[in-house]
Design a protein around this ligand. Structure first.
Ligand code: AMP
Ligand code: GLY
Length: 423
């Protein structure tokens, strides 16, 4: 099979690494890719939402299967684009159609879905510019902290949690009336605050059947002890030690099964990854959000634990035959530590030379914001590289990742030194 991966982060390097191991993979392309994917695949300089350019790549290279990494092309309807074009409709696209991608594209859509299918989640109400006064009144009925979410995609920044009622009202006004997040905050979902520890569950579906991948926990804040600004993710651990058999079976019965059957009932066509962001409140799992893709950096710990041929799985997903697959998981733990540019998630410099990558032997360096220039690897983004290791315990794996990081260098390199601290 000839395969095209869309995206350029650590998640896509991990997809490429896993797909390249499959004897079924003939030619592998990544658009636009990074320095890591350049080593094992052919990078093509095309943006992930440039559908006509992607079509040309697909036809020129006789691509049989497209794996969509990020949410943008899905929310913009890339799967529908393929299905509506007779020249490329035979291509298997891994990622939900536009209607189903709204689970990530609109927080209100996701909340309505959760309520309709009786899936445990935080209580909520949503407001627009016209109903902002009602929003203030609703905030007064809640106890702090207050959770405000821009309805649309806001590059991971659209969720604001505030302790003070007046600040929450001011934030609501800023989102709805002053369009703080542009169109994304035309509507705002206000939610009950859930107090607990978070984890992520990843589900594969072909629209009919499902398979559950290992759980993972990511570390979203920039600072040690989970402090400071939110980032795309600073590290991850799989499996999640507190996710016991009993807790996992609650997740499957109360959340995964109704999600998959809900998609069918609502006629939301879904071939792809369902990323369920969960919070453990007491002993009960509740849904915080859906994403319609794999997580990053969770992919960098989940896929390394998958023993199956990944192309077998992707093909089965695309052909509605996921029931023929038995998922096999490595019993070892995997952890990843994200190296980021100094200043991230605010402003940072790019173009820094990265040294030491070739000397890493005990870990896998999944490249993210890194590119090849004149034969050298340089930084090109905020999150630069995810250093993944295996261990018999997650502590052992984390230790290995930190030892590998000691061999790496770029100017103003930053990373969290406490991944796993709360486990
Ligand atoms: P989201 O983009 O919906 O995943 O929200 C981003 C982060 O905000 C989550 O990872 C949680 O840490 C936090 N969060 C979102 N909703 C809630 C909630 N209802 N209660 C507590 N924390 C929340
Ligand atoms: N690491 C969280 C995400 O991919 O959204």
């Amino acid at each position: 099979m000839n395969i095209l991966i869309l995206g350029s982060g650590g998640r896509e390097h991990t997809f490429a690494w896993k797909i390249a191991q499959s004897p079924k993979c003939e030619k592998l392309f990544v658009a636009p890719g990074n320095s890591g994917t350049a080593e094992i695949a052919t990078n093509v300089n095309v943006g992930v939402t440039d559908f006509p350019a992607i079509k040309i790549i697909v036809l020129e290279n006789k691509i049989d299967l497209v794996v969509v990494g990020p949410e943008d092309p899905l929310v913009n309807g890339i799967h529908d684009y393929f299905l509506n074009d007779s020249e490329i409709k035979h291509v298997l696209v891994i990622g939900p159609q536009k209607a189903a991608a709204e689970l990530e594209g609109s927080k209100e859509f996701a909340k309505e879905f959760l309520y309709r299918h009786n899936i445990p989640t935080a209580a909520y109400a949503s407001f627009t510019k016209e109903t902002v006064e009602k929003g203030y009144t609703f905030l007064e009925t809640l106890s702090p902290p207050y959770v405000l979410k821009a309805d649309g995609l806001a590059a991971g920044k659209g969720v604001v949690i505030l302790k003070d009622l007046e600040e929450a009202k001011a934030e609501l006004k800023s989102m709805l009336v002053d369009a703080k997040f542009g169109m994304a905050s035309n509507k705002v979902v206000i939610e009950e605050f859930l107090d607990g520890i978070e984890l992520s569950c990843f589900v594969l579906t072909d629209g009919e059947h499902y398979k559950i991948l290992p759980t993972a926990k990511d570390y979203k804040r920039i600072g040690e002890g989970d402090t400071g600004l939110n980032t795309g993710g600073m590290g991850a651990v799989s499996p999640v030690p507190f996710a016991t058999e009993e807790f996992l079976s609650k997740i499957e019965e109360r959340i995964v099964k109704p999600t998959i059957s809900g998609l069918k009932k609502d006629k939301l066509p879904y071939v792809g990854f369902v990323f369920i962001g969960l919070i453990k409140v007491g002993d009960e799992p509740k849904v915080i959000e859906y994403n319609v893709r794999m997580g990053d950096p969770e992919t960098e710990v989940v896929l390394p634990r998958l023993k199956n041929d990944f192309v077998d799985i992707l093909e089965a997903m695309g052909k509605g035959a996921l029931n023929t697959i038995d998922i096999e998981i490595d019993s070892r733990a995997a952890t990843t530590i994200m190296l980021v540019s100094g200043g991230y998630p605010e402003t940072y410099e790019k173009g820094k030379l990265i040294t030491g990558v070739a000397s890493i032997t005990d870990s896998i360096a999944f490249h993210a914001g890194a590119q090849i220039k004149d034969g050298e690897i340089i930084t090109s983004g905020g999150r630069v590289m995810a250093i993944t290791s295996y261990g018999n315990t997650y502590q052992e794996a984390i230790k290995k990742s930190y030892q590998s990081i000691d061999k790496l260098h770029f100017d103003k390199m930053n990373y969290r030194k406490d991944i796993g601290f709360d486990l």
